[in-house]
Write a protein that binds this ligand. Structure first.
Ligand SMILES: [Zn+2]
Length: 131
């Protein structure tokens, strides 16, 4: 991605109305900061804009179970992790409930970092949420 981004969440600011931008932050992040929850998200890196094309790719990957569609992103993720952080103790994929893991057959975030030697946590989401 290129152009000005929110300093907290990496959202492209040029596509937001100026009423939703303040001090180089998007309104969502400002709302979190004003509620005193700004420390929850320390840093976010976005590699792609979630546009119609990416929405289709992710639907193929997450909901139709095309694991290879996800592996396309592996090298980019690992390159960015190495570039963004000097030292990585552990990469913790977003946990899925056991029900969702069974249904999908894989954790989409784990697939992205497989084979790159990162220690992964074995976490499960306690509460199952509907899609
Ligand atoms: Zn933001």
């Amino acid at each position: 991605m290129s152009g000005p981004i929110c300093l907290k969440c990496d959202r492209p600011l040029e596509k937001l109305d100026e009423n939703y931008i303040e001090d180089r932050h998007c309104s969502d992040c400002l709302r979190w900061i004003k509620k005193g929850k700004g420390a929850v998200l320390i840093q976010n890196r976005s590699f792609y804009e979630f546009n119609a094309f990416m929405k289709g790719v992710f639907a193929l990957y997450k909901f139709r179970g095309d694991v290879e569609a996800g592996r396309v992103f592996s090298h980019m993720f690992n390159k960015e992790i190495a570039r963004s952080y000097h030292h990585v103790d552990r990469v913790i994929p977003i946990p899925l409930s056991e029900e969702r893991l069974y249904e999908r057959g894989f954790n989409q975030c784990s697939v992205w970092i497989e084979g790159f030697g990162y220690e992964q946590g074995d976490f499960h989401r306690i509460k199952h949420e509907e899609k």
